[in-house]
Design a protein around this ligand. Structure first.
Ligand code: GTP
Length: 226
């Protein structure tokens, strides 16, 4: 989850993981990075255990901490607040620049999310403007409300579907090259750390796919920043 402070990243994750809990307006700013896991279903019906990294939008945390995580991320939800034009401008001025500098952008699935759609009367960013941004950077747009829950699950499922499709394609390619059924390319083999995302296929392919990129750079220790 990337985007300026206050756009609603933590609230979106909270709505996903606790759909019945009302929106917390007194929520404190994220300091550093928080983790959550959630089972999600792709459009093709596959179940994926997603590990979600909710990052701090504040510059003092983001500048130092995020580059390490970018290298291991498989997908990113770029969030802006539809009632805050500055948060939209930051996407190209700040967040896309950081991603381009630090992430392996070719492999990265990206989704643009305009949050706080319940505040239509205060809208500062038109959907047309956001669509243009999407065309420029090759991503899709969804408008969400962490308050009403509108499109929240759909956003996460969309992104995880893209990540999963990329993993399946990479796995098939690897199979063609090596004749081996499953990929498990995480450095130490042990999954479950902050840097790994696992997906179980239900398409008759061979079991679990670990989405850690081959030679993906950071070890688990590095990715934790510890
Ligand atoms: P950082 O942790 O500082 O990066 O901020 P954040 O992007 O995680 O924002 P956060 O989830 O803390 O939300 C900021 C404020 O916006 C809180 O007061 C939320 O209650 C409010 N908020 C978040 N999402 C929505 C929404 O969809 N609609 C409305 N009306 N308010 C929202």
């Amino acid at each position: 989850m990337l985007g300026d402070s206050g756009v609603g990243k933590t609230s979106l994750v909270a709505r996903l993981t606790n759909p019945e809990r009302p929106l917390n307006h007194d929520i404190s700013a994220t300091m550093g990075i928080e983790f959550d896991t959630q089972m999600l279903t792709t459009a093709s019906g596959d179940k994926v255990k997603a590990q979600i990294w909710d990052t701090a939008g504040q510059e003092r945390f983001a500048r130092v901490l995020l580059p390490t995580y970018f290298r291991k991320a498989k997908g990113v939800i770029l969030v802006y607040d539809i009632t805050n034009a500055k948060s939209f401008e930051s996407l190209s001025e700040r967040w896309m620049a950081q991603l381009n500098d630090h992430a392996s952008t070719d492999d990265l699935a990206k989704l643009l999310v305009g949050n706080k759609s319940d505040l239509e009367a205060s809208r500062e960013v038109t959907k047309d403007k956001a669509e243009l941004f999407c065309q420029e950077y090759g991503m899709e747009l969804l408008e969400t409300s962490a308050k009403s829950g509108d499109n929240v699950l759909a956003s996460f499922e969309k992104l995880i579907g893209m990540v999963h499709d990329k993993a399946l394609k990479a796995s098939k390619l690897q199979q063609q090259k090596t004749g081996i059924g499953a990929i498990n390319s995480s450095a130490g083999g042990a999954g479950g750390g902050p840097s790994s995302t696992t997906a179980s296929g239900s398409r008759g392919d061979s079991g679990a796919i670990n989405l850690d990129a081959p030679g993906g750079g950071a070890s688990q220790g590095e990715a934790c920043g510890c």
